[in-house]
Design a protein around this ligand. Structure first.
Ligand code: DON
Length: 581
């Protein structure tokens, strides 16, 4: 032990002599993108360009977020959408914050057991495929709510670039083609979807092909002309309701007419001096990120080191406890009482820490609350403008290409968000989440989400904008990017790239991305009783997009600062880009 310690000390001294100043550890990631006036980081480069153009012309971060939201609906159809739902967290230049919920609502004809058969068994595919899986979409209402309240530019100007891209089409690059990967069969089942997203003969697109979306261009043009009424009260709603009725769905015109955006107080907490602002219910994201951070604050993670068995053990146990709360206690705030204050209380975190054995894995089964019965595609983008207004948006169709259906004539892909509800207590959903009554289906109710658009500030100034897709893993992906910056000294690009791990209470397994942990660390964790599994399904590990303000990493900031805005787009995203000016 002593000689190992001596050896690492002499290596450290050698390193210190060679560099003279203490340097942060560097991982194998490209440099973050740097800019002084504004930064837009999204999952598709054309959408990032559109966002930066809005900023350059004097629009604010909310204007850019609206333009990007519409653009991604065209250039990133696997997740970008106007037929799904999402959340927007805003931190204004004066430090005020707000949160917009434009997530899907259950149709008025929805029932608690609508995905079960007469015997109470779940009918496979019903909550994920076709019109019965569709919740009432929110983005058109959400973007307009944001723009009219907090933006500065006319809708027509912000939606214009998206209309042009849909009408004229754009050439697909490798990253775009990858986002269609494995979806051919699903899209082929719906003639309206196949006509747009597959080539004649049902073949998938290849690099260099052009994706033209004439119907979507027309739908967007009518929204630009008439505002959200075109979607919720006009022809678009009629077309969706008609297709739904013809194909076994339950959407009604009233569902669309009564759709309303909710403006909510974001969830707030403080982690090691950093102020975190994130998504409140109907998302579990902000609450559970705060709960995990509060638990982890009691451990010296920076000292224990990234990827060490002790760090991983603390993270896994914190996740285990917090996901029990996620899956059993949270739901739509208009329908259930959410114990948010308790869950983000530091005293509650201490109670949990006291239950964590430092040497032994906990047992998920032992945390089963009394009376408890027994993904993929979302996208996140981060924006900051010259004045320091920051916007984080996560929106989704839920599964890749949602329910796999397009209402004929609209060009709009529809979500399968109904699967985020508890279709049956104790039965895992698309993301393996085992949930309870608080998230049961009810008419007009919003399913519990994990989406976590998050903005962090320090000393009253914006510090980090972060979020990711990834289903149930969104929470731990966002959390790990935060820990990587604050505790492990990574720059923003390294922080979003670093290999990840995840635990969600049930199943009682530690999932790790390939290479996340060394064989030695895995052995130590197994000896503590952890069941560590490598999860190679790369799509489920999310695609984080982040911005760090004042330098590319904490050490650069503390050494006097670097570029004002530093953007990092997850290397797991093929087509994404951080763009600044
Ligand atoms: O709202 C949620 O938590 C899910 N519908 C998100 C789905 C998702 O992230 C899929 N992407 N990988």
């Amino acid at each position: 032990m002593r000689s190992t310690a001596m050896k690492s000390l002499s290596f450290a001294l050698l390193f210190a002599c060679a560099t003279s100043l203490p340097q942060p550890a560097r991982a194998a990631s490209p440099e973050p993108v740097k800019a002084e006036h504004g930064m837009v980081v999204t999952a598709q480069h054309l959408a990032s360009d559109i966002g930066v153009e809005v900023l350059k012309k004097g629009g604010n971060a909310v204007d850019a977020a609206v333009a990007v939201g519409y653009a991604l609906a065209v250039v990133y159809p696997t997740a970008g959408n106007i037929g799904g739902g999402g959340f927007m967290t805003i931190r204004f230049k004066d430090g005020k914050t707000t949160f917009l919920d434009f997530r899907e609502r259950a149709p008025l004809a929805a029932t608690k057991t609508m995905y079960q058969d007469d015997k109470g068994e779940l009918v496979k595919g019903l909550s994920t495929n076709g019109y019965l899986a569709v919740g009432v979409p929110g983005p058109v209402a959400g973007f307009e709510f944001a723009r009219s309240r907090y933006g500065t530019r006319p809708l027509k100007e912000l939606i214009g670039p998206a209309i042009k891209l849909a009408r004229e089409g754009f050439a697909l690059e490798q990253g775009d083609v990858d986002s269609f990967d494995g979806r051919t069969e699903r899209l082929a089942k719906d003639p309206a979807a196949a006509a747009i997203f597959l080539k004649p003969g049902g073949k998938p697109f290849a690099v260099g092909d052009r994706l033209v979306q004439a119907d979507l261009a027309a739908s967007l043009a009518s929204i630009a002309e008439k505002g959200p009424d075109a979607f919720y009260k006009g022809a678009i709603a009629d077309q969706i309701v008609k297709a739904s009725a013809e194909k076994g769905g339950i959407l009604s015109k009233r569902d669309f007419e009564q759709y309303a955006v909710r403006e909510l107080e974001p969830v707030k907490c403080n982690y090691r001096g950093y102020d975190i602002v994130s998504s409140p219910p109907p998302s579990s994201g902000g609450v559970i990120i705060c709960e995990i951070l509060n638990i982890l604050e009691g451990y010296p993670l920076s000292y224990l080191g990234y990827g060490s068995a002790e760090t991983v053990h603390a993270m896994v146990e914190a996740m285990r406890h917090a996901y029990v709360d996620r899956n059993t206690a949270l739901g739509d705030p208009d329908f259930v009482e959410n114990p948010v204050a308790k869950l983000v209380d530091k005293a509650y975190a201490k109670e949990i820490r006291d239950k964590i054995d430092p040497f032994k894995a906990g047992l998920s089964e032992a945390l089963m609350p009394e009376g408890f019965g027994e993904s993929k595609e979302t996208t996140h983008y981060s924006i900051i403008d010259d004045e320091g207004n920051a916007v984080a948006v996560t929106y989704t169709l839920n599964g890749s290409f949602g329910a796999g259906v397009v209402a004929p004539g609209t060009g709009i892909l529809l979500n399968n968000e109904m699967d985020d509800f508890t279709a049956k207590p104790g039965a895992p959903n698309l993301y393996g989440l085992v949930q309870g009554e608080a998230n049961a289906i009810a008419p007009g109710k919003t399913p519990l989400s994990s989406m976590s658009p998050t903005i962090i500030s320090r000393d009253g100034k914006p510090f980090m904008v972060i979020g990711s897709p990834g289903g149930a893993r969104i929470i731990t992906i966002t959390l790990e990017a935060i820990l990587n910056v604050i505790d492990h000294g990574m720059n923003i690009q390294e922080a979003v790239d670093a290999p990840r791990l995840h635990h969600q209470w049930l199943p009682d397994k530690v999932f790790m991305e390939p290479y996340a942990l060394s064989p030695d660390t895995r052995k130590l964790l197994s000896a503590m009783g952890h069941d560590v599994q490598i999860d190679e399904s790369w799509t489920i590990w999310g695609q984080a997009t982040g911005i760090l303000v004042g330098g590319e990493s904490l050490s650069e900031i503390e050494a006097g600062g670097g570029a004002r805005y530093n953007g990092g787009v997850d290397s797991r995203i093929g087509a994404g880009a951080a763009r600044g000016y």
